[in-house]
Design a protein around this ligand. Structure first.
Ligand code: 3PG
Length: 397
């Protein structure tokens, strides 16, 4: 981005891919962290007089306009935060987009409608994606520049992330740069003890990162729904808890090979149904009664995890420890987050739900060294995978 600013951008169109994929309750944004994270790059460009055209996705619409996934609430919030008008095009590269982009003044900002309303964005066919990338280039003109600042999507080989970067002079935005810098310290030689806390519902989604991390970490602490597959693999009955039966053998092998590093809950909060007002009780993790399901880690587990985190020098945390959206099952996630916030370790919160949890559970974001905007992207980075949206920038550079 600094290179681009050094070239001078007054009056030049700059297409910025941001990750503005925020959680919504109807039309209300419940966590605007990703919108705020996009501001510094946008503000640097507008102060330098660029005409900023933002492209982004929201949710996973099926390649067609769908009002539930409109970027309208995001454009409104962006306008409030920037303190200036942000125009929203009603389409991605159609007549409305051309009108809105054509009407941009120097230092102005426009948002294109959800890029995933166009099926070519996520197509596996490079030629199809290329057509959308060409249409984006046509929209902003061939003298435009592209800034990739949506770290949360750099693991996606999609038209607005990857293909467009092969067609316009392409630059990394400040957010992408800082995220990559921080995550590289974790894949490099982090200070020890290096502790990773992983939560989330499915063990199958995390197997790649678990396998990649186990040789590198000192302890891998497990929470969330996936803990029950681990507990079942140890031979415990888990009642009605979430269980991936088909992952038990793999999970058992992980425990056999790395049991010394894997840390599992010793007690859990169980509920008689999946509801905010369910009846609850705390039970030992090896004695979950039939008819009950584990929805959070218990207080003894929180204490144990807090002890491990308190003596860590480097911490990475991804995935809530329980169903924190329901207050009755938020204490585990709050306890883990607080222990990380209180520790003097270099701490990285890996995006998505965990970042939202930090903010919605009322913790101070400044107590963490870095809160990543990328969920899947940060995990794939730690797993050592090539991220197409980063690789394409490195190739261009
Ligand atoms: C995210 O929420 O992790 C990013 O916005 C990417 O979204 P996706 O998983 O739908 O590609």
């Amino acid at each position: 981005l600094d290179d681009l600013l050094g070239e001078g951008v007054r009056g030049r169109y700059v297409l910025v891919r941001a990750d503005l994929n925020v959680p919504l309750d109807g039309e209300t944004i419940t966590d605007d962290g990703r919108v705020r994270a996009a501001l510094p790059t946008i503000e640097k460009l507008t102060s330098a007089g660029a005409r900023v055209v933002l492209t982004a996705h929201l949710g996973r619409p099926e390649g067609a306009p769908d009002a539930r996934y409109s970027l309208a609430p995001v454009a409104r919030r962006l306008g409030e935060l920037l303190g200036s008008e942000v125009a929203l095009a009603e389409d991605v590269v159609g007549a409305s987009a051309h009108r809105v982009v054509g009407g941009l003044a120097d230092g102005g900002v426009a948002v294109l409608q959800n890029v995933r309303f166009d099926p070519r964005e996520t197509s596996k066919d490079g030629a199809e994606r290329g057509q959308l990338a060409d249409a984006l280039v046509e929209l902003v003109g061939e003298s435009a520049a592209f800034v990739s600042d949506g770290f949360g999507v750099v693991h996606r080989k999609q038209a607005s992330v990857y293909d467009v970067a092969t067609r316009l002079p392409a630059y990394a935005g400040g957010l992408v740069l800082s995220e990559v810098d921080v995550l590289r310290t974790l894949t490099g030689d982090p200070n020890r003890p290096y502790v990773v806390v992983l939560g989330g519902s499915k063990v199958s989604d995390k197997l790649g990162v678990i396998n990649a991390l186990l040789p590198k970490v000192d302890q891998l602490v497990i929470g969330g729904g996936m803990a029950y597959t681990f507990l079942a693999a140890m031979g415990n009955s888990v009642g009605d808890s979430l269980l991936q039966q088909d992952q038990i053998a793999t999970t058992k092998q992980l425990l056999d090979e790395h049991g010394d590093k894997l840390v599992l809950p010793v007690d859990v909060v169980v509920a008689d149904r999946f509801a905010a007002d369910a009846n609850t009780q705390v039970v030992p993790a090896d004695a979950i009664p039939q008819g009950w399901q584990g929805l959070d880690i218990g207080p003894r587990t929180v204490e144990r995890y807090a002890g491990i985190l308190g003596s860590a020098s480097t911490v990475f945390w991804n995935g809530p420890a329980g169903v924190f959206e329901f207050p009755a099952f938020a204490e585990g996630t709050r306890g883990v987050a607080r222990a990380i916030a209180d520790s003097s370790a270099f701490s990285v919160v890996g995006g998505g739900d965990s970042a939202a949890a930090v903010r919605t559970l009322g913790l101070d974001e400044r107590s963490f060294s870095h809160i990543s905007t990328g969920g899947g992207a940060s995990l794939e980075f730690l797993e050592g995978k090539d991220l197409p949206g980063v690789a394409v920038l490195e190739g261009r550079a």
